[in-house]
Structures are given as C-alpha cells and as structure tokens.
Design a protein around this ligand. Structure first.
Ligand code: NAI
Length: 324
C-alpha cells in the first residue's frame, strides 16, 4: 500500500475548491491508487464553511481520502506537504484600486511563502491559482528562501484550454489533435495565445485554419475576455473549469504530458527576453515528475509585440508590489 500524500489546498471554502477538492479526492490528479491527506486552509471566518465542505467530502466515502486537516494557520497547512493548490486570495472589493489588490495579495503570499519554506517537503509541487496568480507565485518564491523556486508554478492552463477548444472547433479537428500550442505571459487580458508553433498531424495549425485575421481579431481577444463572458452569463466567475485546469496542470506535472507542450507559469531564467524572476506563462514538456522548458523558439514580429505587451504588464505588477 502506498503512503498517503499530503496536499495543501487554500481557499477551501471558495467556489473553485467546491469542485477541485472532490476531483482531487476521487484520484483525478495523483491517480486512483494514491491515498491523500488534505490540508485545508482558509480564513478564520470561513472555518465553518470549510467544515461543511468536509462533511460533504465525508459523505462521498472516497476510498483514497485518509484524513482531512482544517486550519487557518499556514504553518500547519504547509507542514510536510507533497503538493499544494494555492487557490485562496483576496478578491477585488468595490472601489479597490489594482495596486491595493496587488499589495493585499502580496501580504498573503509573503506569509505563505515563509510557511512553505519552513514546513513543506523540498520536492513539493506548488500551483498558484489565486489572482493575480503570476505575481502571487513570484512573491511566494521570493519569500521562500529554503524552498526551490522551480517547484513554484502559476496557472495559465485555463487560458490554454479555453483557446484550444476554439482553435480545434475552427480547424474542424479534435482538441487532442493539436500539438505545441501555448499561452505566454500573464493570466490577464494581455496573455498571448500563440499558435505559431502549433501542429495538427505535422501540419501548421495556422495553415490549416488559414485565417490570420480571425486569429488576431477574434481568437486572441475572445480568449482574453472569456472570464468576463462567463461572469456575465453565470453571475459568478469560472469555477469548475478553473478547477479542471488546476487538475490538468498538476496531473501533467506529476504524470507527464506525453511529449506534448503544456502552458505553465514558470519563473523566468531570462530566456526569450523575459526579465529574470517574473513568473510567466510558457511552454514546457512534463516527464517523470519534472518539467522541461521549451527552448530556442523563434518568433515573428506579431508574436514579439504580443510578448512585449504581457512582459510590460508583469514588470509593472512587480514594481507595484516592490515597495508595498
Ligand atoms: P472565492 O472567493 O469563491 O474563494 C476564495 C476563498 O479564498 C475564500 O473562501 C476566502 O475566504 C479564501 N481566502 C482568502 N484569503 C485567504 C488566505 N489568506 N488564506 C486562505 N484562504 C483565503 O474565489 P474562487 O472563485 O474560488 O477563486 C479563487 C481565486 O482563483 C480568485 O483569486 C480567482 O480570481 C482565481 N482564479 C484564477 C484563475 C487562473 O486561471 N489562474 C481562474 C479562475 C479564478
């Protein structure tokens, strides 16, 4: 029998976790033979709601779920974890400036960075979902001196999945037929959904679709606006699809991406002119529990401009939290 893995999930009372926790406990990430202990972190005022979610987890009688810890203390939550889904963050309230939002979240991720550094296993895989996800992940790493920053990633997979469905539909192929597609940069409207390397059966996807105007003027803005469109239609933000993307991200990291590219927010090493230290959506190939960055890609003029735009935004976010 396998030893249980300890998995911290923050924002456990929130809507994403209402989907994520159940799929995790079912075995969608670590497999159906891997027992789990969940460490659920949320704010003091959300503890009762977390207990309600845990009652429902109990009522599912998941064979893999051996134990659940509920806490509002990051040090307890991060103790000996093998993996973490950092979903909880401070939402923007009425009248709140973007700068205030960045700084409120910077405080949260500084505290969690220190807890991660002190308490987690050194090979723990961490995914930051809570927005602004890239900058939160950067701050987490900056404040976790004894934890390897390459194990801290942010989520851009929802944008990747959103674009993939639209591209597949337009090309008249299955989602799984598209290879080497990637979303670069910030999880925000400046993200760059990049089809320039994408292939279907060895043939360029751009050639198959053959409509650069649609790509630039419809696909890219629609993917960027998708989150807003869902809020307008549903009355609340994407939750099940966000949980699904988090599961895809972590599952591929753990089990491999079968040679294909996945989009992950990774700490920049300076490649592609992305300032070192920014956490940036980029292509990676996952294998044997590790990811490898895709290197030496060439870009055309349009792609360079799009990359520059999202680099500028993330650099500004970094500046905004620096003195906060
Ligand atoms: P929600 O508001 O339903 O839940 C957030 C939960 O986090 C609440 O229970 C809250 O009490 C908790 N929380 C706040 N501060 C915390 C702290 N310091 N420690 C622990 N828990 C804390 O929000 P929802 O819909 O579940 O979304 C969560 C986050 O994920 C949001 O920031 C949202 O913007 C982000 N998101 C990111 C996506 C991405 O692609 N990266 C996609 C969709 C959402």
């Amino acid at each position: 029998n396998k030893l249980p893995k300890n998995v911290v999930v923050t924002g456990a009372a929130g809507q994403i976790c209402y989907s994520l926790l159940f799929r995790l406990a079912k075995g969608d990430v670590f497999g159906t033979r891997q027992p789990l202990r969940l460490h659920l972190l949320d704010l003091p005022q959300a503890q009762q709601a977390v207990r309600g979610v845990v009652m429902e987890l109990e009522d599912c009688a998941f064979p893999l779920l051996t134990n659940v810890v509920i806490t509002d203390d990051p040090k307890i939550a991060f103790k000996d974890v093998d993996a973490g889904f950092l979903v909880g963050s401070r939402p923007r309230s009425k009248g709140m400036e973007r700068r205030d939002l960045l700084s409120a979240n910077a405080d949260i991720f500084r505290i969690q960075g220190r807890a991660l550094s002190e308490a987690a296993k050194r090979d723990a895989k961490i995914l930051v979902v809570g927005n602004p996800a890239n900058t939160n992940a950067m701050i987490l790493g900056d404040n976790a001196p004894d934890f390897p920053t390459e194990n801290i990633t942010s989520m851009i997979r929802l944008d990747h999945n959103r674009a993939l469905t639209q591209l597949a539909r337009r090309a008249g192929v299955a989602v799984g037929d598209i290879e080497k597609f990637v979303v670069w940069g910030n999880h925000s409207p400046t993200m760059f959904a990049d089809w320039s390397h994408a292939l279907v059966d060895g043939r360029p996807l751009s050639e198959l679709i053959g409509d650069e105007t649609w790509y630039r003027n419809t696909l890219i803005p629609e993917v960027a606006r998708r989150g807003t469109a869902i809020i307008e239609a549903r009355g609340s933000s994407s939750a099940a699809s966000a949980a699904n993307a988090a599961i895809d991200h972590m599952r591929d990291w753990v089990h491999g991406s079968k040679g294909d590219w996945v989009s992950m927010g990774l700490r920049s090493d300076g490649a592609y002119g992305i300032p070192e230290g920014l956490v940036f959506g980029m292509p990676a190939i996952c294998k044997s529990g590790q990811y490898e960055r895709v290197v030496d890609l060439q870009f055309g003029q349009f792609a360079k401009q799009m990359l520059e735009r999202t680099i500028t935004e993330l650099s500004e976010e970094r500046e905004a939290v620096r003195g906060s």
